[in-house]
Design a protein. Structure first.
Length: 170
């Protein structure tokens, strides 16, 4: 019976590799974001002298938004893969991010919600710079959604802090 149990446990442990294609897909999504970034950048380039300040700001905030989403995906790929699949062996590579290998599941949740709040904030800033393109109802929905993200982030951080000192916490 012990042999069966050991085999089952090895099988279950090996099943973590089923998650690897998801992380590969997220890397592919980063490639798509790079294409989106390039499209936005090269669309902006010839218009740089003709756009007014507000339009220029909205265009640049769109680029910032794409970068923040790419950063979020990078954090999820690195931390998720290392937490749930396998350690990433970079040796002593000088460019290895310091946080890599030290972001646990709890830290990952906080980083994800923080990134979502930042992305939502950028989207809201784009709305405020270009209010004439939105109805009051649309603006209210965007502000409300942003506040939900902010409150969720605060609650995640609070739960994290409350469980930090307890057995079974992190």
């Amino acid at each position: 019976m012990k042999r069966l149990e050991t085999s089952l446990e090895h099988f279950i442990f090996a099943s973590r590799w089923l998650a690897a294609p998801f992380y590969i897909g997220l890397v592919g999504a980063m490639v798509l974001l790079l294409v989106k970034f390039a499209k936005e950048f090269f669309t902006l380039l010839p218009q740089v002298l003709t756009l007014d300040g507000g339009q220029m700001m909205v265009s640049i905030l769109t680029l910032v938004d794409v970068v923040l989403v790419a950063n979020l995906l990078q954090i999820i790929v690195f931390a998720g893969y290392e937490n749930f699949v396998s350690k990433i062996d970079t040796g002593d590579h000088e460019d290895r991010p310091e946080w890599m290998g030290h972001v646990g599941f709890s830290d990952l949740k906080i980083k994800v919600i923080g990134s979502i709040v930042a992305i939502s904030g950028i989207e809201l800033l784009k709305v405020f710079v270009n209010t004439e393109a939105y109805t009051n109802e649309q603006i209210a929905w965007k502000v409300g959604l942003h506040m939900v993200f902010v409150v969720s982030g605060v609650l995640f951080a609070l739960m994290d802090r409350l469980t930090a000192g307890k057995p079974g916490g992190h």
